[in-house]
Design a protein around this ligand. Sequence first.
Ligand code: FES
Length: 166
Amino acid sequence: MAKIKFSNLPFVPKAEQKAQFEARLAELKGVPGALMPALQSAQEIFGYLPIEVQKQVADALDVSLEEVFGVATFYSQFTLNPRGEFQVAVCLGTACYVKGAGDLVAAIRKNLNIEEGSDCTSDGKFSLVETRCIGCCGLAPVLTVNGNVYGKLSTADIDGILAQYK
Ligand code: FES
């Protein structure tokens, strides 16, 4: 299993998000099979599943944190880290990787000032993910920003691409 990375940004939910999620947990309390719907609601309300929310779910539904974590990490619909307003995804599939996708990641981190071990800018505007092949190998190396595809890239292209979203 790939190593799981956690965001080092603090989890600061809005009061209405907290209230909405507490109400949802109260509805689900004692309902069989409530874990999945609880995590789906959390993902919808907060945009990701920070450890604080996983603990809250474990307490409210009287299940172990291990079980919550197991489900949260098993299904790809759940994310453990916050997503930025703009999600930059760099393909690290073989074709992209051999054409320098790793250097693109480094250039993006530098441009956005995202430290190693973190996935999101401190203002929440950009997040960075590394993906598997997205099926555009002819354009390698490739990245997407909120689904817009940029191909045949070099590190010199990064500043110009990101500038469009700043
Ligand atoms: S390996 Fe990157 S698009 Fe296929």
